[in-house]
Ligand binder design. Structure first.
Ligand code: ZN
Ligand code: FE
Ligand code: FE
Length: 191
């Protein structure tokens, strides 16, 4: 019978999962960039793509620092988040609404990564893997900065310009706010 796994084994598993997640994101980020109408948003996705490529390499250094061979293991979590992002991109939204939705999709991914790296840093520190902890912390900081950048773009105009076109002209905003007499004017039938 095999011996019970340790936190070190779980750590290596999580690293493989995260390595795969980053690789999936290097394929998804160009699609988010391409679907963006706002130039600053497109730029944010493009620069995070470059950062993400660096994060893949940084994880390779982490495996090396632990004497482990570089290997990924399919990450179902990020695959689901990316799948949801793809569905959003297939919707027929106006440009700023689509931008707001792309930010929402991007932030779901960033938060997932922040959770993963937060755990990885804590476990590496607890087990005394100092070099790994340092490298993982660098990526955690980049994920937090990417998330913050997306919040700034959303709150710095994109949400408001999407909101400005959210209700049909003959409709009182109060009625919508009250959840009352909304006409089914939205193309997708959503509210
Ligand atoms: Zn260990
Ligand atoms: Fe990442
Ligand atoms: Fe990220």
């Amino acid at each position: 019978m095999a011996e019970a796994g340790t936190l070190h084994d779980a750590f290596i598993d999580e690293l493989r999962d995260t390595y795969d997640a980053e690789k999936q994101l290097t394929k998804a980020l160009p699609k988010l960039a391409k679907a963006s109408s706002n130039a600053k948003l497109r730029q944010a996705f493009e620069s995070h793509l470059e950062e993400t490529q660096g994060q893949v390499e940084r994880l390779e250094q982490v495996f090396e620092s632990l004497g482990e061979k570089v290997r990924g293991k399919h990450c179902d979590g990020i695959a689901g988040i990316i799948e949801e992002g793809k569905s959003i991109m297939e919707e027929d939204f106006d440009d700023t609404t689509m931008d707001a939705c792309l930010i929402a999709a991007g932030q779901r991914a960033e938060h997932y990564e922040m959770a993963a790296y937060g755990t990885l840093v804590a476990w590496a520190q607890a087990m005394g893997h100092t070099e790994a902890a340092k490298l993982l912390q660098q990526t955690l900081d980049e994920e937090k900065a990417a998330d913050k950048k997306l919040s700034e773009l959303a709150e710095g105009g994109i949400n408001q310009s999407a909101a400005d076109g959210a209700h049909s002209e003959d409709e009182e905003p109060e009625a919508a706010a009250a959840g009352g007499t909304r006409k089914s004017s939205s193309k997708s039938g959503r509210r």
